[in-house]
Write a protein that binds this ligand. Sequence first.
Ligand SMILES: [Mg+2]
Length: 225
Amino acid sequence: MRYDWILFDADDTLFHFDAFTGLKRMFAAFGVNFDEQAFAHYQTQNQPLWVAYQNGDISAEELRHRRFEEWAGRLAVTTQHLNETFMNTMVEVCTLLPGASELVASLEDKARLGIITNGFASMQQARLQRAGWEQAFSPLVVSEEVGVAKPHTGIFDHALNLMGNPERSRVLMVGDNPHSDILGGLNAGLHTCWLNTQGKPAPEGITPHHEVTSLGQLKEWLLGA
Ligand SMILES: [Mg+2]
């Protein structure tokens, strides 16, 4: 294997992040029928907040507060309560991407595996536990705990320090988001693999070293290399 280390993004790289299902289930507990229109409206607020968070313009705390501000007012609960309930629900509805189990099982004795996620700290351990991956990934680096998010080089430097500063060209960063995972990996001097399940063109100026459309394809490429 040409890599000593493989670093994974978590959401939509190893785990499905089905926010609609999670929100629907959460709001049902408040007697709200959260439909597709409500989800589309939520995303008009949520998505720009994630971009602002990635860019370092707002904190994780501010993101969590602002994305549920409107619903908290409507339901007369705190945004903190909604966030905690949402995180718990997302752990319950969490599933693995096709091929994720096989990939991790086949790599475990061939390379060291880690995770760098821009997701929130509270759900990470529970999710790994559900997948049977308590021991599979080390380090598990969460942007909320580091204080900077991908693509900021600081979060990659932090991870590489924890890894004992291996040669960067022997570290592969795998992720579905070219703007955070791939750009961040490139800026940190790592090799990068874009999990491009929908076959989209790469954004201008972001050229991954490698591209796959599935985790099965990633496994074939890595084990064949
Ligand atoms: Mg992702």
